[in-house]
Design a protein around this ligand. Structure first.
Ligand code: NAP
Length: 494
């Protein structure tokens, strides 16, 4: 079979309808929306264009399934997750190709995402059976204080296009473990990975109605009616800060539990005592994973004066060697950006920095021809006024700024409305602790360029949102604490 045919066969094999109440069905009006290959700009296939009525049907199915699902034995919930983890692992090659076709990232990046995504199922399969409560004696000895954990109830999950599967499993894994039902709305640019995941969960034995997936051309049309429906109990959103803010406003009407994983503007600090080669290796991961289209992507490099030139030159050397190609091509390291708008935004930010005096060591232009490719870029001597210091770049562009003191480095790192993650390279332990304590972020990578780990609490502060995904904390987001006051006076007869 030629590559083209096998890609087509893979796409044809995905169920492209809505998944509601355990059934695959067409959208109300029978309409569809097109999914594009960002490497060519051409349509890959059509998926169902869900309507408000479909969204409400999905919520109804989730609500109907909630009580039984909450009563399902934790071991059974855990084993469904475990089976799904194993199926994802077995099918990683097909899933990775599918993800690359719709999202553009190189197949190696897609595999890394799928491994990361599946780890949430493994981790939460192990946590499902460890949901506990507490028991204590009131200070006056006259009561017993019991707490129990119960599922929050039906959740609405909204995910972005940049990690089409992991942003979903980070929510679905703990929700299944906790006993919550869900309506999932993936981004319209990348619905196929989520539809393939729904098929896996169905095959793994997830009961009808526990997970419902609605794809749609207009996200606001399908989200608004669910968000204001009293059957919904939680909204969990991953995406941009402006949309997160708008959704929070809507969720406040219904007093929903809310988790927000929003935008970032990660600083990457390199001190003069750091191993520069290690820092460059870490920078390549922090910047170039996912073509720079990650909320955790290093957005700006702040490097000590004495090593700034060495760091920038070595980084430029590594970046210049990267292979820019369609993600399906052998050895591809940098795929296309998601769409024309994103390409335009990256171009604009780089041109603004150059106009204000930055120097391009490598790259700084888009590729001619099909698709939305931008060259890996390193900018040196970037002035403070450049817009990309304050805005999320979401592309393969590394601006290097220099600093001359620890205080200046921390102040520069914190000079942003965002607070998701920061990276620190230093060999001095006391400095590491001092700097980390001063950073206004939810996460820090110390001498490493990646923080994502299913067993760790991922999340931000400031305009990067609130709530945590992964780790023990990620499960709490789907649990309510019920407190029981037990009347048991002190004078017991023994
Ligand atoms: P986005 O435009 O905010 O979209 C995110 C999701 O929200 C998509 O499913 C989108 O659907 C939906 N959406 C958009 N407008 C909506 C509306 N009015 N009502 C309801 N839903 C709506 O963000 P994006 O461009 O896809 O993703 C990139 C952003 O996500 C970046 O800022 C990145 O930093 C952030 N992100 C954060 C994390 C984290 O963990 N903190 C992780 C990954 C990404 P459609 O696309 O179908 O319209």
């Amino acid at each position: 079979m030629s590559t083209q045919t096998s890609e087509q066969a893979l796409i044809e094999g995905v169920n492209k309808r809505l998944f509601i109440g355990g059934e695959w069905r067409d959208a109300k009006e029978g309409g569809t929306l097109s999914v594009e290959d960002p490497a060519t700009g051409e349509s890959l296939c059509e998926v169902a264009d869900g309507q408000p009525e479909d969204a409400l049907a999905a919520l109804e199915a989730a609500d109907k399934a909630q009580a039984d699902w909450a009563r399902t034995a934790p071991r059974q919930r855990g084993e469904i997750l475990r089976s799904a983890f194993e199926m994802i692992t077995e099918r990683i090659d097909d899933l990775a190709l599918l993800m690359t076709l719709e999202m553009g990232k190189p197949v190696a990046d897609s595999k890394a995402e799928i491994t990361y995504a599946s780890e949430f199922f493994r981790w939460y399969s192990e946590q499902a059976v460890r949901i506990g409560g507490t028991y204590s004696i009131s200070p006056d000895g006259n009561q017993r204080i019991m707490t129990m954990k119960q599922p929050v109830g039906p959740c609405l999950m909204i995910t972005p296009w940049n990690f089409p599967m992991a942003m979903g499993t980070r929510k679905i894994g703990p929700a299944i473990a906790a006993g919550c039902t869900m309506v999932m709305k993936p981004a319209k640019a990348t619905p196929l990975s989520m539809l393939a995941l729904a098929e896996i969960l169905e095959e793994a034995g997830l009961p009808p109605g526990v997970l419902n997936v609605v794809t749609a051309a207009s996200s606001s049309d399908i989200v608004s009616p669910i968000i204001s429906d009293s059957r919904l109990r939680k909204l969990t959103f991953t995406g941009s800060t402006p949309i997160g803010r708008r959704l929070m406003e809507q969720a406040s009407e219904n007093l929903l539990r809310v988790s927000m994983e929003l935008g970032g503007n990660a600083p990457f600090l390199v001190f003069e005592d750091a191993d520069v080669d290690d820092a460059v290796a870490g920078a390549m991961v922090a910047k170039m994973r996912n073509i720079g289209e990650a909320c955790t992507a290093a957005n700006r490099f702040h490097v000590a004066d004495s090593v700034a030139d060495e760091f920038a030159e070595k980084l430029a050397e590594r970046m210049s060697q990267m292979k820019v190609a369609r993600g399906t091509e052998e050895g591809a390291e940098v795929g296309p950006l998601i769409d024309e708008d994103q390409l335009g935004k990256v171009e604009e930010l780089v041109n603004d920095a150059l106009d204000k005096g930055a120097k391009a060591l490598v790259g700084a232009q888009k590729l001619d021809g099909q698709g939305y490719f931008y060259e890996p870029t390193v900018l040196d001597d970037v002035p403070k006024e450049a817009d990309l210091r304050y805005e999320e770049i979401f592309g393969p562009v590394a601006p290097v700024f220099s600093f001359d003191s620890e205080e200046e480095a921390v102040a520069a790192a914190n000079d942003t409305e965002y607070g998701l993650v920061a990276y620190v390279y230093t060999s001095n332990f006391n400095r590491a602790v001092r700097v980390i304590e001063g950073l206004q972020t939810g996460m820090v990578g110390l001498n490493q360029g990646m923080v994502s780990n299913a067993a760790a609490p991922f999340g931000g502060i400031k305009q990067s949102g609130f709530g945590r995904e992964g780790g023990y904390e990620g499960l709490e987001e789907y649990l309510e604490t019920k407190y029981v006051a037990v009347n048991l006076p002190a004078e017991v007869p023994f």
